[in-house]
Design a protein around this ligand. Structure first.
Ligand SMILES: [Zn+2]
Length: 131
């Protein structure tokens, strides 16, 4: 297994991938993904993208909290908050802001800005919309 450390800070880092039951690779390309709390449509499988060679990443923030995140080039159901910063970024040189559900305001992940912007959404907070 491969550990990808953030270049500047070892506290905020990529962790070895873990097997989880749910994977978007089992879902159809047109499948929409919804907020687990309120059912708002957030994104769809067709918007999944890879960065650093993977669509799903296992990461840890500076506070030691760990997340399974998945990357999407668009997430229409998300609002964005905060001032872009590169502090502790998981994807240098991209800066990040908070991404939240437009309907219920639950924080769903982060939006990364750079040459190619994308969303990193916490996998356990999204579900297939028809579940
Ligand atoms: Zn919601």
């Amino acid at each position: 297994m491969q550990v990808q450390y953030c270049l500047q800070k070892q506290t905020r880092r990529h962790l070895p991938e873990r097997q989880t039951n749910e994977s978007i690779s089992e879902l159809g390309r047109d499948q929409q993904l919804c907020c687990i709390d309120c059912g708002n449509v957030i994104t769809a499988v067709q918007f999944a993208i890879e960065h650093l060679g993977k669509q799903r990443h296992f990461v840890q923030n500076a506070a030691g909290e760990q997340y399974h995140i998945a990357l999407y080039e668009q997430a229409f159901g998300c609002g964005i908050a905060g001032v872009p910063t590169t502090d502790f970024t998981w994807f240098p040189p991209h800066s990040w802001r908070f991404a939240y559900c437009r309907r219920c305001r639950l924080q769903l992940g982060w939006q990364f800005s750079g040459r190619k912007p994308f969303f990193a959404l916490i996998e356990r907070l999204l579900k297939a919309c028809d579940e």
